[in-house]
Write a protein that binds this ligand. Structure first.
Ligand SMILES: [Zn+2]
Length: 117
């Protein structure tokens, strides 16, 4: 079994290909089954950040914007069948799992304040 890689947007460990190889961004066109981010596409097309194509040093900006949008829109799972049932309520990621995944990304959650949960 191959090692799965962590999604840098949502923290889910379910990517078959690494996002960075030797420090260089790899456009895998793989879609994260959890948050639906498509590496190589979403950073330019699924978020509005003011760049036509995002420079690699600003990739984190795109990840942040997509993550914010995904969370605010209700942490809907892109491909629920691939996510263990104990991590979700039907097609919505459980909030405590979200927090766990975000912590795994070492995000500072002290200012994390999303209403609606
Ligand atoms: Zn993801």
């Amino acid at each position: 079994m191959n090692t799965l890689h962590e999604c840098l947007v949502c923290g889910f460990e379910g990517l078959e290909e690494p996002i960075f190889i030797d420090g260089t961004y790899s456009k895998t066109y793989e879609i994260c089954p959890c948050c639906g981010f498509e590496y190589g596409f979403s950073e330019d097309h699924d978020v509005i950040h003011g760049f036509i194509t995002i420079p690699e040093e600003f990739l984190e900006v795109a990840f942040q914007l997509y993550r914010k949008k995904w969370i605010e829109e209700g942490i809907q799972i892109f491909n629920p069948d691939t996510i263990p049932e104990n991590k979700r309520n039907k097609d919505i990621l459980k909030f405590d799992i979200l927090i766990k995944q975000l912590k795994g990304l070492k995000l500072d959650l002290s200012n994390f304040d999303i209403t609606g949960f």
